[in-house]
Design a protein around this ligand. Structure first.
Ligand code: 4AD
Ligand code: MG
Length: 477
């Protein structure tokens, strides 16, 4: 019976039974002990060879990275470090791994090196743990919404509209190099392109998700989104996954409640489903923190941080209150911020967000009611005429993890706003129709999935929580 390592470790009835396993060699020592990993768990299983009865030829082929099949009896382990082991009766090398060429040796590799070997890095403890947590988190996302009767909507990836109005889009065209037709104004004539118009990869599924909120009531998207912003930071990807719920008849308060409840649910769910991986990642982070100067070390371990988020209320603060706090803060007065905060209306940078979360409130923060002119066109204008019903959820170590808002449901106000921002009505006629026919208060948000995985795993670089990161100058694999 072929089993997986996770089954073997969790199923006591297999003790003294004949089992069969397939996986990859992590280490092989004393010509006798194989640490086998099959990806089903962070834990290896020790396979003990009867080396006198194993051909020399075979022993030579048991190298780190080789794929093997073993058969044998599961016994209690004599050695330390594991409770059970396999007394191997049969071994077959299924796929060799040349030790002089295999990049993933049993030693500590830098994350930079492993990024260059992203096709193999899931064979390390850290990346296998991160990717298992990522998988469980995405399942929890669907579970949360499905249990609450949200409809999963597949919004388009190719789109003619710029949802965020930031112009950071990747063009989608079928024109061949140097063969794009030119119109009478000397511009590329996209009316002759595949879709008969300019199209791009979407930056957000929100606008289309709104059509589902205004018909099915509760909807969510969870798909890839693309941004051509040239930011080489530890928190930005050119291709990332976003979760976007959208709900009819829900205002900004409901939206904040939803975001907080949702995040707590998914974090709590991996605390239950990913115990071994999180324990490993917790240790890893603690080691990493030790190499930092005392002042920069986190006060909490990874597991403590995750539990803290689940157990505590997020602090809700208006943008205006936040500006007052920042203006009077020590780093602002001592000119320590790269972007000093002088007046109301300033856009908040990650350094400000992190000050509020990590130094001032020391808990996740939801900022709301932002100035209209630093937020997207679709956000509902407040009665003061200068702020909008926007909210950002800010997290320790991450900064912004969620951006959302109550949407402008008033046709006239929305049209005015689009005019002021030069957004052509004819591009978004269908979006405006939602305000013409049965309009209603509605709200939603977008959560950057990789930022959530970063928080959940304690990985400091966003490139290390997505299998194959796309960033400026990098689309390998
Ligand atoms: O704040 P953003 O731009 O909001 C929207 O796109 C809205 N349409 C969402 C909505 O209301 N339905 O992006 C939402 C989140 C951010 O808070 C951040 O977590 C993540 O998406 N994000 C990125 N993640 C990785 N790389 C990037 N370049 C990201 N840009 C945004
Ligand atoms: Mg945002």
């Amino acid at each position: 019976m072929k089993t997986s390592v996770v089954e073997v470790l969790n199923n006591e009835t297999l003790l003294l039974q004949e089992i069969s396993l397939k996986g990859w060699v992590r280490t092989f020592r004393s010509n006798r002990f194989i640490a086998l990993n099959d990806g089903s768990t962070i834990k290896n299983i020790q396979c003990v060879l009867d080396f006198e009865n194993t051909p020399e030829e075979t022993l030579k082929r048991i190298n780190t990275g080789a794929a093997i099949a073993v058969k044998g009896t599961l016994t209690e382990s004599q050695g330390r470090g594991q409770s059970v082991e396999v007394q191997v009766s049969e071994i077959e090398v299924l796929g060799d791994s040349n030790p002089d060429e295999y990049p993933i040796q049993p030693k500590k590799h830098s994350f930079e090196f492993l990024r260059e070997n992203a096709h193999l890095r899931m064979r390390t403890n850290t990346f296998s743990a991160v990717m298992r947590v990522r998988s469980k988190l995405s399942f929890a996302v669907h579970q949360y919404f499905q249990e609450r009767d949200f409809n999963y909507v597949h919004t388009p990836i190719i789109t003619g509209s710029d949802a965020e109005g930031a112009g950071e889009m990747f063009r989608v065209t079928n024109f061949k190099d140097n063969e794009a037709p030119i119109d009478e104004n000397g511009n590329i004539d996209y009316s002759k392109d595949f879709f008969g118009k300019e199209t791009n990869l979407t930056v957000s599924g929100q606008l289309e998700a709104e059509t589902f909120a205004m018909s099915l009531g509760k909807a969510y998207t969870f798909g890839p989104t693309f941004r051509a912003e040239n930011s080489n930071t530890t928190r930005h990807l050119a291709e990332f996954w976003m979760i976007e719920p959208e709900v009819a008849f829900m205002d900004l308060d409901g939206n904040m409640d939803l975001a907080e409840d949702f995040i707590k649910y998914v974090i709590n769910s991996i605390l239950v489903s990913c115990k071994d991986d999180l324990a490993f990642l917790d240790q890893r982070l603690t080691q990493e923190e030790k190499s930092k100067p005392q002042a920069q070390r986190s006060e909490m371990s990874l597991l403590e941080k995750l539990k803290f988020v689940v157990d505590n209320n997020f602090k809700r603060v208006t943008y205006t209150e936040a500006i007052d706090i920042l203006r009077n803060s020590k780093p602002n007065k001592k000119k320590k911020f790269q972007f000093p905060i002088n007046e109301w209306g300033a856009d908040l940078q990650s350094e400000h967000e992190r000050f509020l979360v990590e130094k001032h409130f020391k808990c996740p923060v939801i900022l709301f009611d932002y100035p209209a002119n630093i937020k997207a066109f679709y956000m509902r204008l407040n009665d003061d005429g200068k702020t909008v019903r926007a909210m950002d959820v800010l997290f320790p170590g991450i900064g912004e993890i969620v951006g959302g808002s109550q949407r402008e449901e008033r046709y006239d106000v929305l049209v005015e706003k689009m005019k002021a921002l030069d957004i052509p009505e004819e591009d978004l006629w269908w979006y405006l129709d939602l305000r013409k026919f049965g309009t209603a208060v509605h709200s939603g948000f977008g959560l950057g999935f990789e930022r959530l995985v970063q928080f959940a795993t304690g990985m400091s670089n966003i490139r290390d929580v997505i299998p194959f990161p796309r960033t400026p100058q990098n689309a390998e694999f």
